[in-house]
Design a binder for this molecule. Structure first.
Ligand SMILES: Cc1cc2nc3c(=O)[nH]c(=O)nc-3n(C[C@H](O)[C@H](O)[C@H](O)COP(=O)(O)OP(=O)(O)OC[C@H]3O[C@@H](n4cnc5c(N)ncnc54)[C@H](O)[C@@H]3O)c2cc1C
Length: 500
């Protein structure tokens, strides 16, 4: 039997940086945060290594940061959203520092900042080298626990949204300790993260399976550009799931990508330091030919490895590998989802009562490709904006349509879906592979019903098939050119299909 909880306030689904930023900003309105696991665990926010990009130094400006962001987005960013992100960025980083996030400092007290790929300035505020995400989340979680307006339910996973006849969202249906609970709220904020977990090779936590995207799609919210997935070229291919990152900084230090014969893999003037998508495609092509690709850091890093790259060293050791003396096998991994639920500058979706923030949203800041370290910033800036807007929503006593829990996917079917997503909707895509994948998803839907991972995977695959060009994170081997005029994919489930 379904239990019932009426909350005259804000329901936040997901407890990464986006969800918790929204929850804090919703004060003093009563706010309930749902997280499938204990706070701080199982979210990409805690795993972020590099840090947060923001124009914090004298030689930088929001305009320069915006220009780099727009260039990375390959014609599909929303300039107004980028303007908000880059202008409000410095204050967002300072606010996190004020909460206690221990950003690295320069001798004079200013923020120490790293230079990352495609940034024209060193603007990534970091913590202890590669520990930004965990340290920021620790500070934010402490503030959340101190906030009297916030209640947290751990072990809660949302399986459907509740809607009235007019389309307004009235709350959510969640699994909590084996029981199904119907939660009514004035505003529902989806902050469920990305969908890398739909791929066999990913850097994302297992919970990142596009469930928020699928929940919103099923009730008729607009979805934008789901085909744009960013692949990190060098995840460690050592049988660990999710795959640990072998940071770009290793190649920056001179580590080389080689095939089994020791020959270079990337054919580009910038060689192994070419743009991420170029390197990812070169590695994927070698693997598709039946080869393997390795990162050789023996000479370039050698004995300094444990000191310079402690996180990567620990991951290698866990896999029984010593990168001071051995080659590291690498493969491209699904890393970030640029597309998502259409959301305005206050996180409002196309459905009244429903907000979306962070990686699950398409706020317009990333376009077809994300600029490195812009996503934690997006989570903080737009999370705050969404929380402030959500706290103003007035509860609606409207009659709810019946909502049913989405079917679960058997684990062997999920594993097969992940293999097929990596093979057919990965770094290199073509019509034959995408059509094969869509047919398989259709069969799995007939066998298991509209399980959320299948719904999200179908959105990616169908949009990738329809986009007959190569842009940003989306590469079509059969359509390598770009359209003359950049265009978004905009998708809404037909009302008839929703009722079915
Ligand atoms: C290894 C790694 C390194 C990265 N490094 C950086 C970096 O240096 N800088 C940067 O800017 N970005 C980085 N990113 C990307 C960045 O971490 C994410 O884009 C960002 O943290 C997303 O925040 P979020 O709050 O939207 O999602 P998340 O932090 O992933 O949180 C999502 C939450 O939703 C929950 N959830 C999911 N489904 C449900 C459901 N059905 N019901 C209830 N809850 C649900 C999850 O359990 C989780 O709590 C990195 C990502 C990875 C994986």
């Amino acid at each position: 039997m379904t239990e019932f909880l009426r909350l005259d306030g804000v329901l936040v689904v997901g407890a990464g940086l986006a969800g918790l930023s929204a929850a804090l900003a919703a004060a003093p309105r009563r706010t309930l945060v749902l997280s499938p696991v204990p706070l701080g665990e199982g979210c990409a926010s805690s795993w972020a290594q590099g840090g947060m990009a923001a124009a914090l130094s004298a030689d930088d400006s929001p305009e320069l940061h915006a220009a780099d962001t727009l260039a990375a987005g390959a014609g599909l960013c929303d300039p107004e959203a980028v303007d908000i992100l880059t202008r409000e960025g410095p204050a967002a980083v300072r606010a996190l520092a004020a909460l206690g996030a221990p950003f690295d400092r320069r001798p004079g007290g200013g923020f120490a900042q790293s230079l990352e790929a495609a940034h024209s300035r060193a603007r990534v505020a970091r913590v202890g080298g590669d520990g930004a995400g965990a340290a920021i989340m620790k500070a934010v979680i402490a503030e959340v626990r101190r906030s009297p307006h916030i209640e947290i339910r751990e072990g809660a996973r949302v399986t459907a949204l509740i809607q009235d006849h007019g389309g307004r969202i009235l709350g959510a249906l969640a699994w909590l300790g084996g029981r199904l609970i119907e939660i009514r709220a004035a505003a529902t904020v989806l902050a469920t993260g990305g969908l890398g977990g739909l791929y066999a090779v990913t850097t994302n936590p297992a919970a990142a399976r596009g469930e928020g995207l699928a929940l919103a799609w099923r009730v008729g919210a607009e979805i934008v550009d789901p085909e744009f997935v960013q692949f990190h070229p060098t995840a460690l291919d050592v049988g660990i799931d999710p795959a640990p990152l072998a940071t770009e900084a290793l190649r920056g230090e001179g580590a080389r990508l080689v095939n089994v014969s020791g020959a270079p893999v990337v054919d580009h003037p910038l060689a192994d330091l070419a743009p991420r998508d170029v390197v990812a495609r070169a590695i994927a092509a070698e693997i598709a030919r039946g080869g393997r690709v390795f990162l050789d850091a023996r000479e370039a890093v050698g004995d300094a490895f444990p000191r310079e790259f402690p996180a990567v060293f620990a991951a290698c050791r866990a896999a029984g590998l010593d990168p001071r003396m051995q080659l590291m096998p690498v493969a491209p991994a699904a890393h970030y989802h640029m597309g998502g639920i259409a959301a305005d500058a206050h996180g409002r979706t196309t459905l009244v009562g429903l907000f979306a923030v962070g990686e699950v949203a398409s706020s317009g800041v990333h376009g077809a490709n994300r600029l490195a370290s812009n996503s934690l910033l997006e989570a903080a800036v737009f999370g705050r904006r969404a929380g402030e807007a959500a706290r103003e929503e007035i509860a609606d006593g409207g009659r709810a349509l019946e909502a049913a829990a989405a079917p679960e996917l058997p684990s062997e079917t999920l594993a097969e879906l992940r293999r097929r997503m990596t093979a057919d909707a990965g770094v290199r895509r073509d019509a034959a592979g995408l059509s094969r994948l869509i047919d398989w998803i259709g069969g799995a839907e007939r066998a298991h019903g509209p399980a959320l991972p299948l719904v999200a995977a179908r959105l990616v695959a169908e949009a990738a098939l329809a986009r007959r060009e190569s842009r940003g994170g989306h590469f079509r081997a059969d359509f390598p050119d770009v359209y003359e005029h950049p265009a978004h994919t905009r998708l809404v489930l037909a009302k008839k299909a929703r009722a079915a």
